[in-house]
Design a protein around this ligand. Structure first.
Ligand SMILES: Nc1nc2c(c(=O)[nH]1)N[C@H]1C(S)=C(S)[C@@H](COP(=O)(O)OP(=O)(O)OC[C@H]3O[C@@H](n4cnc5c(=O)[nH]c(N)nc54)[C@H](O)[C@@H]3O)O[C@H]1N2
Ligand SMILES: Nc1nc2c(c(=O)[nH]1)N[C@H]1C(S)=C(S)[C@@H](COP(=O)(O)OP(=O)(O)OC[C@H]3O[C@@H](n4cnc5c(=O)[nH]c(N)nc54)[C@H](O)[C@@H]3O)O[C@H]1N2
Ligand code: SF4
Ligand SMILES: [Mo]
Length: 666
């Protein structure tokens, strides 16, 4: 007998698709998009169209494992859950007695985006008194940049793009990372809209764009300032809107904009002065321009200031007041669903040390007082995804570091574990999901049994809590209880949502207040071009960190992988290789030929790639798409051996793109 059940895509992707899973005899046999989902409308990306191949993969971990060989060698023996949990509890008690609980560090990010399974570890580690992880690897600087101008204002709904006459895909490779937004782009195009792409190289998303503008990496703040300079100079701003809704335009126009005429901006961005004039005039002439701002540009030393500056653009033309106009960076629905019952900040008895997740390499190799003596990794793969891979691997190889990894697959990180614990997939546990690309929330229930002895994140923390003698009532609750707690925690926004449909597993759109768009949630109630509370009250261009090497390295996502997830799926990687793409001039200057093996290098590391020579990459830029697993790499390192632990100007974010390399034949 076959049954079709609803579920949600659990991955770290702005689309958060609705799924229809056909189940036969306890197995998922087919996974399709849910046509009833308001944003994703029944389609999936190629990765999830065969999610059953991940869920029922022969590579799934099904039993706890104990290390028997050297670290990293993938030599383990199976053991029981009581033995594994007992060993962890004993070792942690010893570490706490010798070094204190801060010598234990959790490491997690976004293997699953479900609010409960993603965040419940916080409660456990707060109760333990462990070091706290600053989880800023993705886009904390983007949020900080938006907030500096817009405060807690809600981002424009993605559906509004259909009513826009000019969509700018700014630092967004939507074909890889936001494919369902392209539905809205195509719909707008049918109605006559133009589409521009602003990136550092010609990504596959160029196919949907009428115009492609390539800027030098890290130059977007200068570009936005150049556009605003032209708009102010030529009287192309909406003075009525500015008078009513904008704070500090006069100061901004008088003190900042004069420094950014097109010629100066051209020198920073590499775009011609004519292109900058064209961008400014086209943007100002549009009735309802919609900027869909991706995250690439926030991952530089100047990332927060760059996002802050780009966010100023719609204020000058009054785009916020127009249906279809505005800017969408990330959807933040945190105030609708309060995760406090899951994260339990109240369990922090005394504030403990904070370790930035981007600096794991330093934390494992140089941090003292106390040193990190145990690392507990769950739904993350730091050996692959964290910058400065050589330092991370050196840390993971420490004989005296007690590492536990809770995983679905034998990842590059799991190979370094002392104890590996088998994890469930999203089809095997309960959760509730919100999205950072649209306003839907959705509940998911288990639809197939877990294979072997795999357990969900929360169930493992409940076992560890029992082994350590934590008597708090929370640790006796189930994931379903916690979801109920989250949903009953009063929030005016959630109160207007149809919880019955949510309980039935349907995707439910959070209703936005009708005046959400012009309701600017800043201290002044206006868009704050001038933000008096910021130590730098006006935005400006800051240079990125840069490096002492000639080529900028774009470490961008690829369609077949999601960060390092799906590395287990050979079917998705057939015919693809870990490539470095270079412009013909840069390849020729180094005597490198298409298809050859090359090594990209800088002061932090060396990584072997297969070379692709293509004019789609501008001179001075190298592109390495995808966070590959070592088993699929031509050498013994992957792209993050080149990236650095340096942080962004604000909010301690990652700076993956702020990397330079040189390339030689390998
Ligand atoms: N298939 C797939 N989908 C994914 C992911 C994946 O790995 N694979 N990752 C997921 C995650 S965790 C996230 S956070 C999102 C991220 O998705 P996006 O928001 O799209 O962010 P990125 O892909 O990092 O960067 C987008 C683009 O920014 C460009 N870029 C880099 N530097 C600059 C710059 O200085 N200026 C400009 N204008 N452009 C620049 C890059 O070339 C890239 O094309 O995608 C999610 N979706
Ligand atoms: N070079 C480079 N590096 C990058 C990026 C880049 O663009 N370029 N992007 C960065 C960004 S934006 C992000 S957000 C990070 C993402 O980094 P991570 O959040 O670490 O993402 P993944 O690589 O997807 O690893 C998630 C792991 O969780 C496991 N998992 C899935 N579900 C569960 C579960 O329910 N329980 C447990 N215990 N495990 C589970 C999966 O099997 C997978 O191995 O990577 C960053 N790293
Ligand atoms: S990875 Fe993104 S596009 Fe693919 S199914 Fe999941 S949410 Fe949808
Ligand atoms: Mo991310």
């Amino acid at each position: 007998m076959s049954e079709v059940k609803r579920s949600v895509c659990p991955y770290d992707c702005p689309d958060t698709c609705g799924l229809l899973v056909t189940v036969e005899g306890g197995r998922a046999v087919k996974v399709a998009g849910d046509p009833a989902h308001p944003f994703t409308r029944g389609t999936l990306c190629p990765k999830m169209a065969h999610y059953e191949r991940t869920v029922h993969s022969p590579g799934r971990l099904t039993r706890p494992l104990l290390r028997t060989g050297p670290k990293g060698a993938d030599e383990f023996r199976p053991c029981s859950w009581p033995e594994a949990v007992g060993l962890i509890a004993d070792r942690w008690r010893q570490i706490i007695a010798t070094h204190g609980a801060e010598a234990i560090l959790p490491y997690s990010y976004a293997g699953t985006m479900g609010l409960v399974q993603r965040n419940v570890g916080h409660a456990f580690f707060h109760r333990l008194g462990a070091s706290r992880l600053e989880r800023t690897i993705c886009s904390s600087s983007k949020d900080a940049g938006w907030k500096a101008v817009m405060g807690n204002t809600l981002a424009t709904r993605p559906d509004e793009a259909m009513d826009s006459d000019l969509i700018i895909l700014w630092s967004l490779n939507a074909v890889a990372t936001n494919i369902h937004f392209l539905h809205n782009v195509r719909e707008a195009k049918k109605r006559g809209a133009r589409v521009w792409l602003i990136d550092t190289y010609e990504t596959p998303t160029a196919q949907v764009a009428d115009r492609v503008f390539l800027t030098r990496p890290g130059g977007d703040a200068a570009l936005a300032l150049g556009m605003m300079h032209v708009m102010a100079r030529d009287g192309l701003t909406d003075q009525d809107f500015i008078a009513k809704h904008v704070q500090g335009y006069e100061e901004f126009a008088a003190r900042i904009l004069p420094a950014y005429p097109p010629a100066a901006v051209s020198a920073i961005t590499g775009l011609s002065a004519a292109a900058i004039e064209e961008l400014a005039r086209g943007y100002a002439a549009a009735t309802a321009p919609f900027i869909r701002l991706g995250s690439g540009l926030c991952r530089y030393g100047n990332g927060a200031m760059t996002v802050r500056t780009v966010t100023c653009l719609p204020a000058l033309t009054g785009a916020w007041a127009k249906k279809g106009g505005g800017l969408l960076g990330s959807v933040a629905t945190g105030s609708a669903i309060d995760t406090a019952p899951v994260t339990r900040e109240d369990f922090i008895a005394a504030p403990t040390r904070v370790v930035n997740m981007n600096m794991l390499g330093d934390a494992l190799t140089t941090l003292d007082d106390p040193p990190v003596m145990s690392l507990y990794v769950y739904h993350s793969n730091p050996a692959a995804i964290t910058p400065d891979q050589n330092k991370v691997l050196a840390g993971l190889a420490r004989e005296d570091l007690f590492t536990v990894v809770h995983e679905r697959f034998m990842t590059d990180t799991a190979r370094y574990a002392d104890i590996v614990l088998p994890a469930t997939t999203s089809l095997e546990h309960s959760d509730i999901y919100r999205s950072y690309g649209h306003y839907c929330v959705q509940r998911a229930f288990p639809v197939v049994p877990a294979p072997g002895e795999a357990k969900a994140n929360w169930d493992v923390f409940a076992l560890l809590a029992a082994a350590l003698g934590f008597s708090d009532e929370m640790f006796t609750r189930s994931a379903d209880d916690l979801i109920a707690d989250v949903l009953t925690n009063p929030s005016p926004w959630l109160a207007q949502t149809d919880l019955t449909r949510l309980e039935a597993g349907e995707a439910v759109e959070l209703p936005l207040p009708p005046d959400a768009k012009l309701n600017f949630k800043t201290p002044s109630g206006k868009i704050e071009l001038l933000n008096p509370a910021d130590k730098e009250p006006l935005p400006r261009y800051l240079p990125p960190h840069g490096d002492d090497a000639p080529l900028w390295l774009m470490t961008a996502p690829m369609p077949a992988l999601l960060n390092s997830s799906f590395g287990e799926r050979d079917d998705l990687l057939t015919g693809q290789a870990m490539t470095l793409q270079l412009n013909p001039a840069d390849a020729a200057a180094r005597g490198l030929a298409d298809g050859g093996r090359v090594v990209a290098f800088n002061s932090r590391g060396e990584v072997a790639f297969t070379l692709r020579v293509t004019p789609r990459i501008p001179a001075g830029v190298a592109v390495a798409e995808g966070v590959w697993w070592l088993k699929n790499a031509p050498g013994d390192r992957t792209v993050n051996a080149l990236t650095s632990q340096r942080l962004t100007d604000r909010a301690a974010g990652s700076t993956f793109y702020d990397t330079k390399v040189d390339v030689r034949a390998g």
